[in-house]
Ligand binder design. Structure first.
Ligand code: ME8
Length: 518
């Protein structure tokens, strides 16, 4: 039987400057689902990349006095370094300046043109460069771009258009018949009522007042509109329509495409219409997650109020940042970032719950059994409940992950961690150690602690692979059967007689008052 496939994508980010934690949020979420699907047996393709054409990038390069490509190479290297530091397990990093992508986009343009879905006309309207979006007078909010609130420029130029209006009825029908295609569901109403029902206008898909883009085939004084170029990356990366259709056939349609809520419009109305025009299947799901906001509003590079992931990683570690992003915020909703929220979450869940569990359990194995994990010995009154909680977690995690409820999935794992900590309080191994008659019970407690820790280390691997590996090193197991996802379904696989190797604290406690002063 051929292996099940899973294709997940992130938006391709603008490398106009450094990325902030908003971008890391989407990428960390994509990484977690990709890792989760891999450990549960799927052949995964995880695509990310950079959106490198358009006026905004050209302006950013000019502001630095650099040629666009040289400017981009530097920023893209930084982005790749960031993903490497964060152990982002992408399978492909697409740059829209890749030669293969440029050829594929021209191929897509020609297919749409030959179908009669592209025509030449004149564009007169308003343009928001930071969003690379076209607007009409009536769509503006207080005379400014309705998405970002910044000024728009009047543009008038000969241009090519895509017959978006032709797809209006099919889009309405699609959302009616297939509501699972866009989540959260509230975004469907927004698309239908705010954009589709009021009437879709044909989309301008070329620009001729600057030249940093992919030339329109047959008419190279025009460049292809950056959103058409960018949105098609998800199929061009798979080789559509020019190269390697084997890869396209294998992974398309995408299982889930993660995007921030502000670009759902592009990823449904425009993206779906283009796919309909190309006669290829639509992705199974677009998930438009919420924004991470600062107290003063949305993070934005131009406002300067960005939170730098590198600073957070340097101070607290990669897994702390990943955990925080996925645990703190409900994926479909907005949430506010503050240092207090971050530090309290790290101390409570990572230093206290997980870090302490590992460190005190391993200390007790060292102290009471010379570092050798005993076999389970004499059952205590609390063993059965611990085993029940620990072994049923994976099912709940599966359910939540399949709904992209990251926070819920982590909460299920933390139930095991908290239950295990409670087990220490209940069994009081320090008291058992004082009574020679209780040696069998102490053995049981120590074994149950280490086995519970193993289960937790397996369950957290989609989210915090670095920590999983650190735990595997400390409890001395190799990646393989003992770290396999299915090994969480039962208790007792940890090999007795193993000598553990206690290491440094996984998550040192943060002195919050001192940290906030710094
Ligand atoms: O829009 N909270 O690129 P971009 C949550 N190139 N997510 C955030 C965020 C925040 N505060 N800020 C950014 C573009 N993001 C286009 C995409 S795709 C064909 C082209 C994340 O660099 C979120 O995923 O502006 C958002 O949609 C994306 O970064 C925007 O990145």
């Amino acid at each position: 039987m051929s292996q099940k496939t899973f294709y997940v994508t992130t938006p391709i980010y603008y490398p106009s400057s450094k990325l902030h934690i908003g971008h890391t949020y989407t990428t960390v979420a994509a990484d977690a689902i990709a890792r989760y699907k891999r450990v549960t047996g799927y052949d995964v393709w995880f695509l990310t990349g950079t959106d490198e054409h358009g006026q905004k990038i050209q302006n950013a390069a000019e502001a630095q006095g650099m040629a666009p490509k040289a400017f981009l190479d530097n920023v893209v290297d930084e982005i790749k370094d960031l993903w490497k530091t964060m152990e982002i397990s992408y399978d492909q990093f697409i740059r829209t300046t890749d030669e293969e992508h440029e050829k594929n986009i021209q191929g897509i343009f020609m297919k749409l043109y030959e179908k009669g879905d592209i025509y030449k006309g004149e564009y007169e309207g308003l343009y928001c460069t930071p969003c690379e979006s076209f607007w009409t007078e009536t769509q503006l909010k207080d005379g400014k771009c309705p998405d970002c609130g910044r000024p728009v420029q009047k543009t008038k130029e000969e241009a090519y258009f895509f017959r978006l209006s032709k797809y209006q009825d099919r889009l309405l029908k699609l959302f009616e018949e297939n509501p699972d295609i866009l989540e959260p569901k509230s975004r469907i109403n927004e698309m239908v009522n705010n954009f589709i029902k009021p009437g879709l206008e044909d989309l301008c898909i070329s620009r001729s007042t600057f030249d940093w883009g992919i030339p329109v085939p047959l008419d190279p004084k025009h460049v292809i509109y950056v959103w058409l170029d960018a949105i098609c990356n998800y199929i061009s990366a798979l080789g559509f329509p020019e190269y390697n259709l084997e890869k396209f056939d294998r992974y398309w349609p995408a299982d889930v495409q993660l995007v921030g809520k502000e670009i759902v419009r592009f990823h449904t109305i425009i993206w779906f219409s283009i796919l309909m025009a190309l006669d290829i299947p639509l992705p199974k799901k677009i998930f438009g997650h919420g924004w991470i906001l600062l107290e003063g509003g949305k993070m934005s590079k131009s406002k300067g109020n960005i939170v730098d992931p590198v600073t957070l990683i340097d101070r607290y570690g990669v897994d702390a940042l990943k955990y925080f992003l996925l645990r703190e915020y409900t994926f479909g909703q907005d949430g506010i970032f503050t240092n207090e929220v971050l530090l309290n979450r790290l101390n409570a869940d990572l230093a206290n719950d997980l870090g302490n569990l590992v460190s005190r359990s391993l200390s007790m194995v060292e102290k009471y059994r010379g570092g050798v994990v005993p076999s389970a010995g004499t059952k205590t009154a609390f063993d059965d409940d611990l085993v029940a909680v620990a072994t049923k977690a994976h099912e709940a995690v599966d359910q939540k992950m399949n709904r992209l409820d990251y926070s819920g999935a982590l909460d299920e794992i933390w139930k095991v961690i908290r239950r295990t900590n409670k087990y220490i309080d209940e069994t009081m191994p320090w008291a058992l150690a004082k009574d020679a008659a209780k040696a069998g019970e102490l053995d049981s407690v120590l074994y149950h602690l280490i086995e519970s820790i193993r289960l937790v280390s397996v369950l957290i691997q989609p989210f915090m692979i670095h920590t999983s590996r650190a735990i595997w090193e400390q409890i001395q197991i190799q990646e393989g059967a003992l770290t396999a996802w299915d090994s969480c379904k039962a208790f007792g696989a940890y090999p007795t007689g193993t000598t553990i190797k206690k290491g440094e604290a996984l998550f040192p406690r943060i002195d919050i008052a001192k940290e906030l002063e710094a």
